[in-house]
Design a protein. Structure first.
Length: 77
């Protein structure tokens, strides 16, 4: 996935989360995230976690598609 494509899907996920009051929680320090979780009302709705000790390459497209499958729409500008 190219950087431009990642940015497009990150913005879609961010806007959808803002619309539906879902919080994006990062685990780790910048450039070395272990996990990213989308949390609503204290429950983890969607997550992407790294395997092993390597930094996570967040798959924003997959997260966006999962949110769409569960009915969370409205983040596309």
């Amino acid at each position: 996935m190219t950087a431009q494509e990642k940015k497009v899907y990150y913005n879609r996920v961010r806007r959808t989360c803002k619309l539906h009051e879902i919080e994006i929680v990062y685990d780790g320090v910048p450039k070395m995230y272990c996990a990213v979780e989308l949390v609503k009302d204290g429950n983890v709705m969607f997550a992407d976690r790294a395997l092993g000790r390597k930094p996570l390459d967040i798959d924003w497209k997959r997260l966006h598609e999962e949110m769409t499958d569960y009915g969370y729409k409205g983040g596309i500008k």
